[in-house]
Ligand binder design. Sequence first.
Ligand code: V47
Ligand code: SF4
Length: 354
Amino acid sequence: MERIVDKVRSGERISAPEALLLWEMAPLWLLGSLAMEVRRRLNGELVYYNRNFHIEPSNVCRFNCRFCSYRRPEGSPEAWDLTPAQVEAIARRYVDAGVTEVHIVGGVHPHHDLAYWADMVRLVHSVLPEAVVKAFSAVELADMISRAGLSYTDGLRLLRDAGMASIPGGGAEIFDPEIRQQICPDKIDADQWLALHEAAHNFGITSNATMLYGHIENLSHRVDHMERLRSLQDGTGGFSAFIPLKYRSANNGLSPLGEVGIVDDMRTVAMSRIFLDNFPHIKTYWPMYGRQAAEMALSFGADDMDGTIDNTTRIYLMAGAEESAPAMTVDELRTIAASAGLTLAERDTFYNII
Ligand code: V47
Ligand code: SF4
């Protein structure tokens, strides 16, 4: 343990077995203090946020992940499928509002094809040309691109030319094949998820990476997940942020599992910061954690609070998160950063400070 702690303190990379040992053995305060040392080296005293909103065009999904509270089958009375005109009307609400990012994500739609989604990106980009369109998880992308008969690179090029400049980190879940098979058997496997992000990075589309934790996985699955991400990042440098996502247990096929507690949350945030030494940012996604845990995560290595959101996402509300109408003003974000002893900084999608 002492040797591992020394390595972290001196900025040396730790291996996967060392990370596992640290995760299993170190007390919470030690993980927190190590993560804060790493965080200070990389990000000083800053807490980043952006002015963003989400568009969730449809919750119709032909997959059926067991942890998902959001998807509905086609024809369900609770399904929605926004028309392009409705999507345009949402985007128009944000003209001249100072927004720098539109985050578009939904289900794996049974009918809409690559051309439909490229048109939607083009539409949003034309209404808000100053904002970055960050669109579609690797799972949605792989599905629409392969159904169009294109390679990942050609499909991504088409979407990039329509105005997509970045990719969110969803669909990663847990890479281990046995766990993946049990929680999201329909999804692309780890190699395909990583290959899609690699193809994006190779021609300048940046992306994020998530990890869904706190269900049936164990700590070695979490370390394995992060190690695969760290290896790809060594090659491409295209990931901006890592986002640990806590499994929320309302209204889905894994509900009987319940949820892990806040100590596990903070240990996970801290271990991400310590292990992923080549990820510039660790994001605490407040609509999922809730404000208090998100604030606490800033003292365990996180440096990014995502954004203002403006009550435009339903994914976490449907899964039981406390935030019933997720929206934060810049003043609220600043108060949270200040109470963690840190300074708020507005950023764009690429972490240029505004
Ligand atoms: O991949 C689904 C997760 C993800 C549940 O890149 C759940 O900036 C918890 O990727 N409990 C999609 N999590 C969201 C996502 C994301 C969110 C915020 C920012 C960014 C970014 C990306 O949501 C899915 C899945 O891992 N999810 N159901 C649930 N019950
Ligand atoms: Fe569909 Fe995504 Fe939900 Fe899986 S997590 S069922 S792919 S909407």
